[in-house]
Design a protein around this ligand. Sequence first.
Ligand code: ZN
Length: 96
Amino acid sequence: MRRPLDIRAAFALSKSMRLVDVDAANDMAMDAIDEAYQEGIADGHRGNDAISLLFTDEPALRRAWQEGQDFAAELAEMAACPGCHDDAGRPCVRHG
Ligand SMILES: [Zn+2]
């Protein structure tokens, strides 16, 4: 996994790439957004709820990181929810 600085740099580079190759630029941007999402999950698992300053002023990265945080929080909630542990591994009504 790349660190926030690398993710931010790749996202910035994708904007320049847009002048040359729009498809490649979109791929680069999507990769960076996905990595910001993964970083949000990883930070959530580590108990870090402070977003990197490198993501805060870039709406797409900020949103993706927050979505990762929310997903990590939901996983933690489900792991602690007795209703989510039936024999078939189905989530409870609230988390399903
Ligand atoms: Zn549940």
